[in-house]
Design a protein around this ligand. Structure first.
Ligand code: MSP
Length: 640
C-alpha cells in the first residue's frame, strides 16, 4: 500500500573506498541525516540513502598497493564507513554498495536502454585522464598542466570505447535549468553549471576496455568492456530506492534531493541529469551543493595528510557537539574553516554556557524550592512566546533551504532571551516573596528549554533526548507544529538536574588531547619546513627529566607583565618555577593545572626570584597554551 504522506528522499554522494572516512565525508552525511530527521518531524515520510562507490581504477590501484583482491579491499573499507555512521548518530535507511548485485542489474538495464535508443556509439578517443577524478579532463580545466583538484598530471590515454551522446541533450538541459532554476542551488553553483553548458559538451566516454581495467560492471552489449565508474556510481540513486523492483521507487524519486560538495558538481550537474533524461527518467527535485571544509586554508581530504579523522573529535567533544559545530559553522554554499579553537569557543559559549547552564540553573531552583517538580504555570512570558512562535513558523523554510547556521542562531537567540528573562525575573529571590510568581518564571524557563530541545533534536539527537527525558518528556516521535506549541511542559513532572549536559571544555588541555590538530604542519604535499634547531643525539634527549606536576599557588611578579611565580608539587616535593605565561594566564587560571615540567634544569634567578625548572607550553601565531595533562595523571609521574 502506498502512503499518502508527503515524501522526502535525500542522498549523499557514495564515498570512494580508497581510504577511510573523514570530517568532509562526515559533514555531508550528518547534513543528510539532519535533513531527513527534520523532514520526518515536519510530518513527511523520509528516505535517506548513503553508501560506497567501489569500482574503478582508483580503487583497483589502492587494493593492489595493499596486496589485496579488490573485493576483499572494498569489503574492509566499506565496513569502516558503515560502522562510523552510528557513532555519528547517523541513521541511513539504506547503505548502498555499487558491488551489490541488485545495483549491477540496474546499471546494466539503463545502459541497455540507452544503447537500444541509439544514445551510445563506439569510437576512438584520446584524452587526458585523471585517476583522482576518475574522469577525462579538458585542457582548459587543467592548471599548469595539472588537475586542479588533485595536483597531478593526467595521463594521456588513447583507446576505442563506447560513448554516450551527451551533446544531443545539451540544449534541453540548459532550457530546463532556466525554466526550473531551483533544480541546482545555491545560485553560484547553478551559474557554474550554466557556465559548463555555454561551451560545446563533449560526448561522455562510458566504458573501459577490460584489457586495462576489469574492476567494474560489464557492459550488457559488449563483454570486453566494463562501464565507466561515474556512470555506475550515479545510478546508485535509482538502485538505492529499488528501481526495477515494483513501483514504490517512483514516489520517492519524485521528491529526490541530492546533497554534494562542489568537487563533484560536473558529474551531478551535467552528466547525471542528461543520463536521466536520455533514459526517460524525470529529473531530481534539487541538486544542493555545499562548499569545502578547510583546515589551515586547504581542503580536508584523505590525501592531504591533514588531521581529518572524526574519532578524536568524538572522543574529546562528544558526538552531539560535533554535529552542532559542523552545522552551525558552515554557511551553506561557502567554504568553512575547521579549527579546534573555533569548535571550543562555539561549544563553550552556545552549548555549555547558554543552553547547558540554563538547564542546570532552572533544574536546581526547581529542585531547591519545588521538590524537583515542574511548578504550575499562570501566564506565559510574552517575549518568549513570540520568539518561539516565530521559530515555529520560520524553521521549516530554513530546513528546506539548508540555512542551518540561521536556524541554529535563531534557536540560540531564543535560549539567550530565556537566560535574560531568568536573570531579570530572579526567581531565586522571588521565591521569598511570591512562590506562585517564582513558579511561573521557572515553568516558562522549563517550557522554553523544552521547545529549544525539540527544535535542536534533529541536530543533537543524543543530548536533546537526554535533556527532554530529564524533564519527564516522552521523546519517541515529535510532530513539529504540535510539539512547538507553547505550554506542553507538564507541571508536576520531575525535573532532574543531573551532571552538566555540556561540560565546559578546558582549552588548555586540548593540545595534549588533540595533538594532531596542533602540530605546525602536517601537509604531506609540501616539504617539511627546514629546522633551524641542531639535531640531537638520543642520549642528549635522555638527559632531560620531564615530570608531571600540579600548580598549587601562583602570583604575579611585580615589575613584570610576562612572568608568573608558580609553586608546583612534583610528587611530594615542592618547587618554585618562574614562567613567562602572564600574558596568557591569570594566576587563578594556573592553579590546579596538571603541567609538564623540565625537572632537572639548573636553578636560575629571574627578576630576583629563583626558578627551579621550566614548564612546557605550545606556542603558535599569537597564542600560547600550557600543556595540561588532566587530573588523572598523578604529580611526579615521569614523562618519556
Ligand atoms: N564517489 C564519488 C561520488 C559518487 S556519487 C554518485 C566521490 N567520492 S568522495 O569520497 O570523493 O566523496 C566526495 C564527497 O565527500 C564530496 O562531494 C562531499 O560530499 C564530501 N567531502 C569530501 N571532502 C570534503 C570537504 N573537505 N568538505 C566538504 N565536503 C567534503 O566523489
Amino acid at each position: 500500500m502506498t502512503s499518502l504522506m508527503k515524501k522526502y528522499y535525500v542522498t549523499t554522494p557514495i564515498y570512494y573506498v580508497n581510504s577511510d572516512p573523514h570530517i568532509g565525508t562526515a559533514y555531508t552525511t550528518i547534513l543528510a541525516d539532519t535533513a531527513a530527521r527534520y523532514h520526518k518531524m515536519l510530518g513527511e515520510e523520509s528516505f535517506f540513502l548513503t553508501g560506497t562507490d567501489e569500482h574503478g581504477d582508483k580503487i583497483a590501484q589502492s587494493a593492489a598497493k595493499r596486496g589485496l583482491a579488490p573485493k576483499e579491499f572494498v569489503d574492509q573499507i566499506s565496513e569502516k564507513f558503515r560502522a562510523l555512521w552510528p557513532q555519528l548518530l547517523v541513521r541511513p535507511d539504506r547503505f548502498i554498495r555499487t558491488t551489490d548485485e541488485q545495483h549491477k542489474l540496474v546499471v546494466q538495464q539503463v545502459l541497455q536502454r540507452l544503447h537500444e535508443k541509439g544514445d551510445t556509439y563506439f569510437g576512438e578517443y584520446e584524452g587526458l585522464y585523471c585517476t583522482g577524478c576518475e574522469r577525462f579532463r579538458t585542457e582548459k580545466e587543467l592548471v599548469d598542466g595539472k588537475c586542479p583538484d588533485h595536483g597531478t598530471e593526467p595521463e594521456r590515454i588513447k583507446e576505442s570505447n563506447y560513448f554516450f551522446r551527451m551533446s544531443r541533450y545539451q540544449q534541453w538541459w540548459l532550457d530546463y535549468i532556466n525554466a526550473n532554476p531551483e533544480v541546482i542551488r545555491p545560485e553560484r553553483y547553478r551559474n557554474e553549471v550554466l557556465g559548463f553548458l555555454r561551451e560545446p559538451l563533449e560526448d561522455l566516454c562510458i566504458s573501459r576496455p577490460k584489457s586495462r581495467l576489469t574492476w567494474g560492471i560489464e557492459l550488457p552489449f559488449d563483454k570486453n568492456y566494463v562501464t565507466y565508474v561515474w556512470f555506475d556510481a550515479l545510478l546508485n540513486y535509482l538502485s538505492g530506492i529499488d528501481y526495477g523492483d515494483g513501483d514504490t521507487w517512483g514516489a520517492w524519486w519524485a521528491e529526490c534531493e541530492h546533497l554534494i560538495a562542489k568537487d563533484i558538481l560536473k558529474p551531478h550537474g551535467v552528466y547525471w541529469p542528461i543520463m536521466l533524461h536520455a533514459a526517460d527518467f524525470p529529473i531530481f527535485q534539487h541538486l544542493t551543493v555545499h562548499g569545502y571544509w578547510n583546515f589551515r586554508d586547504a581542503k580536508i581530504s584523505k590525501s592531504s595528510g591533514k588531521p581529518v579523522g572524526t574519532e578524536p573529535l568524538l572522543r574529546v567533544f562528544g558526538v552531539d557537539a560535533v554535529r552542532y559545530f559542523l552545522l552551525r559553522e558552515m554557511v551553506f554554499g561557502l567554504d568553512a574553516s575547521f579549527s579546534v579553537d573555533a569548535m571550543v569557543k562555539r561549544i563553550n559559549s552556545d552549548l555549555a554556557n547558554d543552553l547547558g547552564n540554563l538547564f542546570s540553573r532552572v533544574a536546581k531552583l526547581i529542585g531547591d524550592f519545588f521538590g524537583g517538580k515542574i511548578p504550575p504555570s499562570c501566564a506565559p512570558d510574552t517575549e518568549l512566546l513570540n520568539v518561539s512562535r516565530k521559530l515555529m513558523s520560520d524553521a521549516p523554510d530554513w530546513v528546506a533551504e539548508h540555512k542551518w547556521n540561521v536556524l541554529l542562531e535563531e534557536v540560540m537567540q531564543f535560549v539567550r532571551a530565556t537566560n535574560r528573562y531568568f536573570e531579570s525575573s530572579a526567581p531565586w529571590s522571588l521565591v521569598k516573596s511570591d512562590m506562585v510568581a517564582a513558579g511561573n518564571v521557572l515553568y516558562n524557563c522549563a517550557e522554553a528549554l523544552r521547545i529549544a530541545a525539540v527544535s535542536l533534536h534533529p541536530i543533537m539527537p543524543g543530548k536533546m533526548t537526554e535533556l527532554l527525558s530529564r524533564m519527564g518528556e516522552p521523546i519517541e516521535k515529535f510532530e513539529w507544529t504540535s510539539a512547538m506549541k507553547w505550554g506542553l511542559a507538564r507541571s508536576g513532572a520531575a525535573m532532574q538536574k543531573g551532571d552538566a549536559l555540556f561540560p565546559r571544555i578546558d582549552e588548555a588541555a586540548l593540545p595534549a588531547l588533540l595533538p594532531e590538530f596542533y602540530t605546525a604542519q602536517t601537509d604531506s604535499k609540501s616539504p617539511a619546513p627546514k629546522s633551524e634547531v641542531p639535531l640531537l643525539d638520543i642520549e642528549d634527549f635522555r638527559k632531560l627529566e620531564l615530570r608531571s606536576a600540579v600548580v598549587t599557588a601562583a602570583e604575579k611578579i611585580s615589575g613584570s607583565d610576562k612572568l608568573l611565580k608558580l609553586q608546583v608539587d612534583i610528587g611530594g616535593a615542592q618547587r618554585q618555577i618562574v614562567a613567562g605565561v602572564a600574558q596568557y594566564y591569570s594566576p587563578e587560571q594556573m592553579i590546579g593545572k596538571h603541567i609538564v615540567v623540565v625537572a632537572n634544569l639548573k636553578p636560575a634567578k629571574l627578576r630576583g626570584e629563583i626558578s627551579e625548572g621550566m614548564l612546557l607550553a605550545v606556542k603558535w601565531d599569537n597564542e600560547l597554551q600550557v600543556i595540561n595533562l588532566g587530573e588523572a595523571v598523578p604529580p611526579g609521574s615521569s614523562i618519556s
